[in-house]
Design a protein around this ligand. Structure first.
Ligand SMILES: NC(=O)c1ccc[n+]([C@@H]2O[C@H](COP(=O)([O-])OP(=O)(O)OC[C@H]3O[C@@H](n4cnc5c(N)ncnc54)[C@H](OP(=O)(O)O)[C@@H]3O)[C@@H](O)[C@H]2O)c1
Length: 224
């Protein structure tokens, strides 16, 4: 069965997921960050784009009740740009990290990732990047039932446009970041016509103190 895919990121009220310098810690408040750790615990795998690893060096672990645990951690990295010093490649949970890449990753980078104890899966490339439909098929073959995509904006855009997302959620923090160079929650090239917009249905609304979390099912009809 294809994995269920849940996408969520935290944004300011004006739709930014980081400042223009890439600072994103923390947009959401403590209560909604606790909800994030609950999501990480509920999904079999967590996935981010390589740019998030480069910018934030996240742990992507589940930290609850003073304990740290880890499900499968996935990095989408078409060309092997992941820093070899990244926490996900070097911490105690490194064997749970899978770097999904393409033929564009140099063999030397793959070797160094494998030497650290993490895994590399080469997939088809689509326009020079990991083909997300091939990624979903690979996850299905690995028996991964559910994946939580935590960002950033490029991966969120690409996954929505690929029609692979089941649930889209956003935490809205009561702050304004502003700036045309500050990244929005959905990046990518964008669409030209509203008829091509990704449509959402069945809203679920939750408050975490002053943060608002909106969760929608993604309408999959009409997608590629
Ligand atoms: N507020 C939040 O909740 C939150 C969450 C996460 C991240 N962030 C912030 O978001 C920023 C990073 O976001 P971002 O949008 O720049 O990058 P991103 O989505 O984290 O990563 C994008 C990169 O993923 C790689 N990639 C692999 N396959 C891809 C595909 N099929 N389609 C698109 N990209 C693919 C591409 O690099 P290659 O072409 O080299 O593969 C691309 O540049 C950071 O500042 C981080 O702090 C915020």
């Amino acid at each position: 069965m294809k994995p269920k895919i849940f996408v969520k990121a935290a944004m300011s009220l004006d739709g930014k997921i980081a400042t223009k310098t890439g600072d994103s810690q923390w947009i959401s408040n403590e209560a909604s960050r606790a909800y994030v750790h609950g999501l990480r615990a509920a999904y079999a795998a967590i996935c981010v784009g390589v740019e998030t690893v480069i910018q934030d060096d996240p742990r992507l672990t589940i930290r609850m009740n003073g304990q740290e645990d880890c499900h499968i951690r996935m990095i989408l990295d078409s060309k092997g740009r992941i820093p070899l010093t990244s926490t996900v490649l070097n911490d105690d949970f490194r064997s749970k990290t899978i770097v999904f890449t393409t033929r564009h990753m140099p063999q030397t980078v793959e070797t160094q990732i494998l030497e650290r104890g993490a895994k590399v899966v080469r997939l088809k490339d689509l326009g020079g990047r990991v083909d997300l439909k091939d990624w979903v098929d690979a996850c299905e073959a690995l028996d991964i039932p559910s994946i939580y995509i935590e960002g950033g904006g490029e991966i969120i855009a690409a996954s929505l446009l690929a029609g692979i997302v089941d649930v889209f959620a956003v935490a809205i923090a009561p702050m304004i970041i502003g700036g045309q160079d500050a990244k929005g929650i959905v990046g990518g090239p964008g669409i030209e016509h509203l008829r091509d917009a990704v449509r959402l249905k069945h809203p679920k609304i939750q408050w975490f103190d002053e943060d608002l979390i909106l969760e929608y099912q993604v309408v999959k009809e009409n997608r590629q």
